[in-house]
Design a protein around this ligand. Structure first.
Ligand code: MN
Ligand code: MN
Length: 304
């Protein structure tokens, strides 16, 4: 089962202005073939379908543990899209007869407004819906792990390309990419180590693929400085400690990253605040005149 924590895995700076086209680029990291919906669902179904969980505890714990982190990545990218997809600026008021969202008709991400009211969709950067054929779960441990290694490498490629499309002052989108580039490197490294233990092939010598210079990406620095590239998390659960048999046991950070031993952390990453998205009357989110439902919610919590 899953436990839910009302926090993000990183703090996202608020954008100075809405940027629906940047939100459309970020959609690739959410619902693209190599996006967070794909990593989440691959590891989730592989862990549900895993055979011989007790005999193969370190390998099961690794893919089960990373599943929980990926669910938080879906949440992080979604919040990044939500912060950027509202708009466009300036606010044209709420009179529905005056075309308050006229500008959205020409946005690449029109569906972010037309369907979702200025928020994320489970789709890629071209608004093709994510679908289950992106999940590879054969039950063969080496093959599934090899797929996960490839998936994490591909995901980093796409994160870098999205980063490259973002304006230098798009702090929100760049933070999403910076954090996920560091975490994606951890996951690629962890599946490389898993394959090494299983096959004896020195997979980690191949990394990083592609050779992304995270030391030159400003948004990656604080995560590298705090040692995020050496950590996997158990999110406060007593379970899944056996992943330390793969991610630990004296294994070290990759050459080129700040040095140190790999470690499994009992807790979770330093939490970030979930942005509180403001309602927009003209888009009827959460309602055209929401005062009555605000009052209902306030009365409900007063009774607690
Ligand atoms: Mn991820
Ligand atoms: Mn990952």
């Amino acid at each position: 089962m899953f436990m839910r924590v009302d926090q993000l895995q990183a703090n996202l700076p608020k954008p100075k202005k809405a940027d629906p086209n940047a939100a459309a680029a970020l959609q690739e990291l959410l619902g693209g073939k190599f996006g967070e919906m794909s990593t989440l669902n691959n590891y989730m179904f592989q862990s549900f379908n895993f055979r011989e969980k007790e005999k193969l505890r370190p390998f099961y714990s690794l893919v089960a543990g990373i599943t929980a982190e990926e669910l938080g990545h879906v949440e992080l990218v979604t919040n990044g899209v939500n912060l950027l997809a509202s708009g466009p600026d300036p606010d044209r008021g709420q009179d529905v007869t005056k075309g308050p969202y006229e500008d959205m008709s020409s946005m690449r991400s029109a569906a972010n407004f037309l369907h979702a009211g200025g928020a994320a969709m489970v789709a890629d950067s071209n608004f093709q819906p994510w679908n289950g054929s992106n999940v590879f779960s054969t039950g063969n441990l080496v093959l599934d792990t090899l797929h996960n290694f490839f998936l994490e490498c591909g995901a980093r490629m796409h994160k870098l390309r999205v980063y490259e499309t973002l304006a230098a002052d798009n702090a929100t989108g760049r933070e999403v990419c910076g954090y996920l580039l560091v975490r994606g490197a951890v996951h690629a490294h962890s599946y490389a180590l898993s394959l090494e233990k299983l096959t004896g092939v020195a997979m980690k010598n191949m990394l990083p693929v592609p050779n992304i210079p995270t030391d030159k990406i400003p948004e990656c620095q604080k995560y590298l400085d705090e040692g995020s590239h050496r950590r996997l998390y158990r999110f406060g659960s007593d379970d899944y400690a056996e992943m330390g048999a793969i991610w630990g046991n004296g294994e070290q950070a990759l050459p080129g990253d700040p040095p140190g031993e790999l470690e499994v952390i009992e807790g979770m990453p330093d939490p970030g605040k979930i942005p509180d998205l403001k309602g927009a009357a003209g888009a009827f989110t959460p309602e055209y005149e929401p005062e009555e439902i605000y009052e209902i919610a306030s009365m409900l919590t007063k009774k607690m």
